[in-house]
Design a binder for this molecule. Structure first.
Ligand code: ZN
Length: 487
């Protein structure tokens, strides 16, 4: 993609379907709705309530929206498209609440493999300085394809650097071409090295230009309607790369435009120390003072939240994107997800940037969420069902959506189906749903987004994966060569 895309006046969600476009899934070994209203069974904890688990289940959708869910025998017998789900477990498509897709161009960079957060950033910033529009397009396409192949149907992306003419539009174009539901966040960095910040100056913009481009991005790319395929949020990178004014002004602008707010918060101990030294406050106090709490706000990581901050977030409806693989990779610690959930906080899962994971596999992220809570808090700290609920409807709530994350009438036909007839699941017939997390992790066999197959029989079908890999490799090598990392 070298030419600038003129954004369509009609958003993609409206383009993809004509009336009468129907889809029928039938004969799933098990279909889990994740709709709490479906279940009257007593559960150990509210988070364990995954709604109905329907044997020989299916669903019927029209125009990308679910009309009926239930046993196959109760559903219409035919549709424009019929998929037999024999041997599969079907769940709502997973929702990734935190990512930096461009980072998949710099996975496993030797200098960043073993460093904690700040050192890791200082290794990678100079490489990222050479990113341009094509890098953004191809890395977004590849990262979203990887996510879709793991059963993810909606992804947020925190794009916080815009050198060399890169724009949020470049990532939006890739999501549209691939057919993945996308929350692009217009990130920003304004305090470079010369101002005492961490990033090199070339990756920073002045704050009035940032706000102007934020407004442009919302006005041209944000679709507020139900079942929207693309939304925009405002997302200063972190309290250590922008000023207090930009944090406050971004919050004011987001509220005036009716979009969400996102940033990194309390990721590790250095982060807390920086906040205390720089602002004389813990991160929770700092962001509360700047207007960064509320049900339109979600923060990534929050590994180091204390009890008071958990209470603040729960009271204000502020969401958290929990990223266990990244937290382990960068030795940031174990987020108190058990306590967050018990306090009634909104928690979703995120794979985080591909240079600190370095994988984009949502089912694996749910598995690691379950396992990591147990390391610190005991074998019953988190069940498979609870982790799966965080990965689906939990993420939907964090992104402020009441139209994804469940399989229910009126919800988007965003669906992940996993084939259980493989070596990974042998010997787990007694609990097909829990086996998705205890066994594997495996790739999705079918991923349907907005009623349209994006992954079918394990293959990406909306873009040519081979071509994408070639373009991506060229972009990645260009970055490394341009920054002197390769001869
Ligand atoms: Zn991040």
């Amino acid at each position: 993609m070298t030419q600038r895309r003129q954004w369509p006046v009609i958003f993609p969600s409206k383009e993809c379907h004509m009336r009468g476009d129907t889809l029928l899934l039938r004969n799933a070994d098990l279909l889990c709705t994740m709709n709490p209203a479906d279940s009257s069974a007593a559960t150990v904890r509210a988070g364990d309530n995954v709604g109905a688990e329907i044997c020989n289940g299916g669903l019927f959708a029209r125009g990308g929206v679910i009309e009926a869910v239930g046993p196959t025998s109760d559903l219409p017998k035919d549709a424009d498209r019929v998929i037999d789900m024999t041997g599969h477990v079907v769940i709502p498509g997973m929702v990734n609440t935190h990512h930096h897709l461009f980072q998949n161009l710099t996975r496993a960079v030797p200098g960043g493999q073993d460093a904690p957060l700040f050192g890791w950033l200082q290794t990678l910033y100079p490489i990222w300085s050479n990113i341009g529009p094509e890098h953004i397009y191809w890395s977004t396409a590849l990262g979203l394809a990887e996510l879709a192949m793991s059963g993810c149907t909606t992804s947020s992306d925190h794009l916080y650097l815009y050198p060399n003419g890169a724009r949020l539009d470049d990532s939006m174009a890739a999501a549209t071409d691939l057919g993945v539901r996308f929350h692009g966040t217009r990130g920003s960095m304004s305090i470079g090295e010369s101002g005492g910040g961490l990033p090199p100056d070339i990756l920073c913009w002045n704050e009035s230009d940032i706000l102007e481009d934020c407004q442009r991005a919302v006005e041209t790319l944000h679709d507020p309607s139900r079942h929207a395929m693309q939304r925009v949020a405002l997302a200063p990178c972190s309290p250590f790369s922008v000023s207090m004014d930009l944090m406050r002004n971004s919050a004011e602008m987001a509220r005036s435009l009716g979009v969400g707010l996102h940033t990194h918060l309390a990721e590790n101990v250095e982060d807390i120390d920086y906040s205390l030294a720089q602002f004389g406050m813990r991160p929770g106090e700092y962001i509360e003072a700047l207007g960064w709490t509320g049900d339109d706000v979600w923060h990534a990581h929050c590994v180091q939240l204390d009890a008071g901050e958990i209470d603040l977030f729960a009271r204000t409806g502020t969401g958290v994107a929990h990223c266990p693989c990244s937290n382990m990779r960068l030795a940031s610690g174990i987020a108190p997800v058990r306590q967050m959930a018990d306090a009634g906080m909104k928690v979703g899962l995120g794979v985080d940037g591909s240079a600190s994971n370095d994988s984009g596999h949502m089912l694996n992220e749910a598995r690691q969420t379950m396992l990591l809570q147990r390391v610190e808090q005991g074998g019953d700290a988190m069940t498979a069902r609870e982790a799966l609920a965080l990965a689906t409807r939990g993420g939907a709530a964090v992104l402020g959506r009441d139209d994804i994350g469940m399989l229910a009438p009126g919800y988007a036909a965003d669906i992940a189906a996993f084939d259980r007839r493989s070596i990974n699941f042998a010997g787990s017939d007694w609990d097909p749903l829990a086996s998705l997390l205890f066994c594997g992790p495996v790739k999705a066999n079918h991923t349907i987004i907005n009623g349209r197959g994006v992954v079918e029989d394990g293959q990406l079908v909306t873009m040519d994966l081979g071509h994408m890999l070639e373009k991506h490799q060229a972009m990645a090598h260009h970055l490394m060569q341009a920054s002197g990392h390769m001869g």
